[in-house]
Design a binder for this molecule. Structure first.
Ligand code: C5P
Length: 398
């Protein structure tokens, strides 16, 4: 994915620096060459020896080091890089960048760079929310810097809130995202999203819980890579992805018909929470309640399984069919069985029975089940899950 890419990795001085060791490992696995630079504060958290051993390259620390400069001048370091990544991006390092200070190797490289930069901020929640940090982040965004994270959660200092550095897998996905504009050019991909509503009568319906957020984020991540996206959505709260061909539906039968009508597809992602059953004879008049009147008996019939139908098509099957599985127990075993039963290529499974809310919440933790087994992804925002999935899809369709 990142084969041949040269990443200049600037490690700032924060406790999250330990997670950068894992990031270096992931970058190496995906074929990137990592050129590490550490601030002197970073050396208080992880050793240059660990960093250089994992990167397979010497660490640059001091600005005025004759030996290092003789080998490769610091300006040259940024000229040879394809991308500059700052992780953890501390409040101090971002303040220096925003103001153009250059008093050590890291800040000098950042001002001398002529390459895009991606920042993974990490700091205490009060530091992240401080007005000065906010101004600096706005300045850096206006200067064209890209950001990944920070995430919300427990911090090393014992406080809880925004400020945790994004997980290494999410940073890797964001790095890949910097190189992937156009990686899905010319690909036509369908995404189903949201719940379906199965009418009981004109005012009542049966539905599953679904905000439609994960599906919308997947559509956006695919669009960002140049895909042509057909977005078939039930009545969901989430904003519709701009740039997609949006088809609004209400029932599972409508959704199945819209999917059939979508024509030839390279891939299809079934993120919708489709109701399994519908009322056999929905009333076209409101069912009235009255004292002494028997309760209405609802006879249910099964809805078409859209994912299974598309997965098992004899002709015109998309090359890649992806389903979701929301499970409360034995997530991997159930999702593995579901993948076989439905006939799809991948299943993104999540545990919706845990204490951390997935449905309606901003974050998700998924396991990707494929023919090759199960790959557990860390907790990430739904946007980051979408970006990681889009990266996988573009690899599979390449
Ligand atoms: O069988 P279950 O509903 O758990 O499977 C979930 C997966 O199947 C999701 O990807 C969902 O979008 C898809 N599905 C479907 N049509 C149905 C039921 C589920 O496409 N009728």
């Amino acid at each position: 994915m990142l084969a041949g890419k040269n990443i200049l990795l600037i490690i700032g001085g924060g406790i999250a620096a330990y997670k950068v060791l894992e990031l270096i490992r992931l970058l190496g696995k995906s074929g990137a060459k990592v050129v590490p630079v550490m601030t002197s504060a970073a050396e208080e958290f992880v050793t240059p020896l660990s960093v250089s051993a994992l990167a397979g390259a010497p660490v640059r620390t001091a600005l005025f080091n004759l030996e290092d400069e003789a080998e490769m001048g610091h300006i040259q370091l940024t000229r040879e890089a394809d991308l500059v990544v700052v992780a953890p991006a501390t409040a101090d390092l971002m303040a220096k960048m925003a103001h153009g200070l250059a008093d050590d190797m890291a800040s000098t490289l950042l001002i001398a760079r002529n390459k895009p930069v991606l920042l993974a901020p990490a700091m205490n929640v009060a530091m992240w929310e401080n007005a000065a940090t906010k101004r600096n982040v706005d300045t850096l965004r206006a200067d064209g810097c890209a950001f990944v994270g920070p995430d919300e959660g427990d911090m090393a200092c014992g406080e809880v809130g925004f400020g945790r550095m994004a997980e290494p897998a999410a940073i890797l996905a964001a790095i890949e995202g910097q190189f992937t504009e156009g990686s899905l050019n010319g690909k036509r991909i369908l995404v189903t999203s949201g719940p379906t509503h199965e009418p009981i009568d004109p005012v009542r319906y049966i539905a599953n819980r679904s905000s439609g957020l994960q599906g919308a984020e997947i559509a956006r991540a695919l669009l960002a890579r140049g895909a042509q996206v057909v977005f078939v959505t039930g009545p969901a709260a989430a904003a519709r992805p701009e740039g997609a061909e949006v088809i609004e539906v209400e029932t599972a039968q409508d959704m199945a018909a819209a999917v059939e009508a979508a024509g030839a597809l390279d891939a299809a992602v079934f993120a919708a929470a489709v109701a399994d059953w519908r009322v056999a004879q929905a009333s076209n008049r409101k069912l009235k309640k009255a004292a002494g009147k028997a309760l209405p008996k609802l006879e249910l019939v099964e809805n078409p399984d859209i994912l299974a139908t598309v997965s098992q098509r004899k002709t015109g099957r998309p090359r890649l069919v992806i389903g979701f599985a929301a499970e409360t127990d034995d997530v991997v075993a159930n999702a593995t069985a579901k993948r076989k039963r439905k006939g799809c290529d991948w299943i993104l499974a999540n545990d919706v029975g845990g204490t951390r809310p997935v449905m309606g919440g901003p974050d998700n933790q998924v396991v990707l089940i494929s023919e090759d087994g199960a790959e557990t992804w860390p907790w990430m925002s739904k946007k980051q899950v979408a970006e990681a999935l889009a990266a996988k899809i573009s690899e599979a369709l390449a």
